[in-house]
Ligand binder design. Structure first.
Ligand code: ADP
Length: 586
């Protein structure tokens, strides 16, 4: 029984041994096959500029080209027959290895990036592509792998990324700077950003400023160090080391400033002044405009040598360029602000100075008018002359008032009284007073029917000024005379302004060209077509009118056709909704 059993066992063992033998033979066949294939191609594969490695399915290396020898440091003789995992240990994970086999079995290629170790123990980033090798019966019999050293590629990528980041940072700071119009704050922002980005321990920006008297002096901002560390030192002078920066000649980047021949040549110091910041690494960049004007210089220091790289220099140069533009903007802005202040001061002063004599002229004209009548000097000619003087003086007075208002508007001092004003009554009175003073125009007043008086809360004198201004313009800009329609409407004639009372003043005058229409409420603006006429004006009236109407919470606008006429609309909120008018009777 035992014997029979052991016989059976023996038969089994022999069978399994045969099977193993067959397997080994098959494997040997595969290996021979692969070796045959690849070793016959040696010259071709050795010429490939990539490492080509062929293994059996179990990882045993059967082919290793010339480039693989160079890349991994092993010769083909040393690695053939060894397992790839032992020869080139890598960071390929188990999951990746399983994925590779699955892909290859299903006939696909596989590519992946990981670190691979060389013979000398150093690892490098590799891009590995594996592809299946099949026999004539399409059985998977081996793996061919191509590996490429990505070190240079990665370095280039990192450099590119760094450059992109640098440009982005400079642009971001540039945007910040262009929005900053305060010079001191701007310069501080640059100094801080540049000190940080260049890796400096301390940074300074010395810049020239011209004061109101036109005198130039140097200011500075510091970063990374408190200003009292600097307070006892004189401003940097045009010495050998600082000169090129202040003259805008060149960027200076030194590994160790103390070894530079230009350093410490100037009395009273022959080296670093005692207590001075410990500058070893040194970087200085001029800040200059395209025009060649030097605005100042950015200086950076570090107590260790060789800190400032070429990249730090590029950053500093980039920032210096952005800074120059931003400083120029800020200076222009400050100059413009100063010019506006000077103009407003002048306007205010001039208006004030002009008011006194004109009031006196108007007073004396009245005295003369009375005297002429009393002292039997009355004649048509005398009275006309005096009337003209009075009219012109009034016009002058009006102009002065406009200028005065303008200057007060600039400094936000145009005050508005608040009182209940019956707008219909106000407009009617102005029309009635004005009609006798004009000869060639007829003012026609009409008003909607209001159940309650159309009351607005406002400044009667200022509102009168607006209406008078519009009426004067209507007269002035219809030099051939004609009818001027004045209407007081409820909600605007087209009902577009609910709970408002509106004034319409329409003339049949020269009108306003379409291209000028959007700008007539701007300061000092005069339409194109008035240039060809003799009609005088300074372009202030409508601007002041708009400001006054806006201060009352109302709106003013105009419709006009050149050569046909203009209609101005002023709409003001009614004081209370219960006091709204109801029906319209034109
Ligand atoms: P001014 O009349 O002193 O020039 P305004 O501010 O009152 O200044 O008016 C600005 C401009 O608007 C005028 O120069 C003129 O071109 C145009 N304008 C104003 N009112 C009229 C109008 N009724 N008809 C035609 N153009 C007008």
């Amino acid at each position: 029984m035992d014997e029979a059993k052991s016989k059976e066992q023996l038969i089994d063992e022999v069978r399994s041994l045969r099977q193993r033998l067959a397997e080994v033979e098959a494997l040997q066949n595969q290996q021979d096959q692969i070796e045959k294939i690849f070793n016959s191609q040696t010259t071709i594969l050795d010429a490939v500029d990539e490492a080509v490695i062929v293994t059996q399915l179990d990882g045993q290396i059967v082919y290793w080209n010339l480039c693989a020898q160079e890349l991994y440091g092993w010769s083909a003789a040393e690695v053939l027959g060894r397992n790839i995992v032992d020869v080139t240990p890598s960071t390929m994970s188990r999951a990746q290895a399983i994925e590779v086999m699955e892909r290859l079995r299903s006939g696909e290629k596989w590519s992946g990036e990981f670190e691979v170790q060389r013979r000398d123990g150093l690892a490098f980033p590799a891009l590995v592509t594996n592809a299946p090798i099949r026999d004539a019966q399409n059985n998977l019999i081996g793996i061919i792998g191509f590996s490429e050293d990505l070190t240079k590629h990665k370095e280039l990528q990192a450099k590119l990324r760094e450059e992109t980041e640098t440009v982005e940072t400079i642009n971001r700071i540039g945007q910040l700077l262009s929005a900053e119009l305060d010079l001191q704050r701007l310069v501080q922002t640059v100094t801080d950003a540049a000190t940080d980005l260049t890796g400096a321990e301390f940074g300074a920006f010395f810049y020239n400023v011209i004061d109101e008297r036109g005198e130039s002096y140097t200011l500075y901002t510091l970063s990374g160090v408190s200003s009292d560390r600097f307070a006892n030192f004189p401003m940097p002078r045009n010495t050998d080391i600082f000169g090129p920066t202040f003259r805008g000649e060149a960027v200076i980047r030194l590994e160790n400033v103390q070894l530079d021949p230009r350093y410490g040549q100037n009395a009273p110091y022959t080296g670093m002044p005692p207590g001075h910041l410990p500058v070893v690494s040194y970087l200085a960049v001029p800040v200059s405009l395209r025009s060649g004007e030097i605005l100042g210089g950015l200086f950076f220091g570090h107590s260790q040598p060789g800190v400032f790289t070429a990249r730090a220099e590029r950053i500093a140069v980039g920032l210096a360029a952005q800074t120059a533009i931003a400083m120029d903007n800020a200076r222009l802005y400050q100059q413009a602000q100063q010019a506006i202040r000077t103009r407003d001061e002048f306007l205010s002063l001039a208006a004030h100075e002009l008011k006194t004599p004109i009031t006196s002229i108007l007073g004396y004209v009245q005295v003369l008018q009375r005297r002429v009548q009393q002292e039997s000097l009355a004649s048509e000619r005398n009275e006309r002359a005096l009337r003209t003087i009075a009219q012109q003086a009034k016009r002058l007075n009006q102009l002065i008032i406009s200028l005065f208002d303008l200057s007060r508007l600039q400094i936000g001092q145009l005050a508005i009284e608040r009182a209940a004003v019956d707008l219909r009554e106000l407009v009617q009175r102005i029309v009635d007073e004005m009609q006798p003073t004009i000869e060639r125009h007829s003012l026609i007043f009409r008003a909607d029917h209001f159940e309650h008086a159309p009351i607005v809360l406002g400044d009667p004198l200022r509102l009168e000024q607006v209406v008078q201004n519009l009426l004067h313009n209507a007269v002035k800009y219809s030099p051939d005379g004609g009818v001027i329609d004045v209407r007081v409407t409820r909600d605007g004639a087209d009902g577009q302004h609910p709970r408002h009372v509106c004034i319409e003043i329409a003339d049949g005058g020269i009108g306003i060209p379409a291209e000028s229409l959007p700008y007539v409420f701007r300061r000092f603006f005069r339409a194109k077509n008035v240039e060809q006429t003799q009609i005088s004006g300074v372009g202030v009236g409508l601007y002041v009118a708009k400001e006054i109407v806006t201060l009352h919470g109302g709106t003013i606008n105009v419709e006009s056709t050149e050569g046909v006429g203009s209609t101005f609309h002023v709409c003001l909120p009614l004081k209370d909704t219960s006091e709204r008018g109801s029906t319209i009777t034109a």
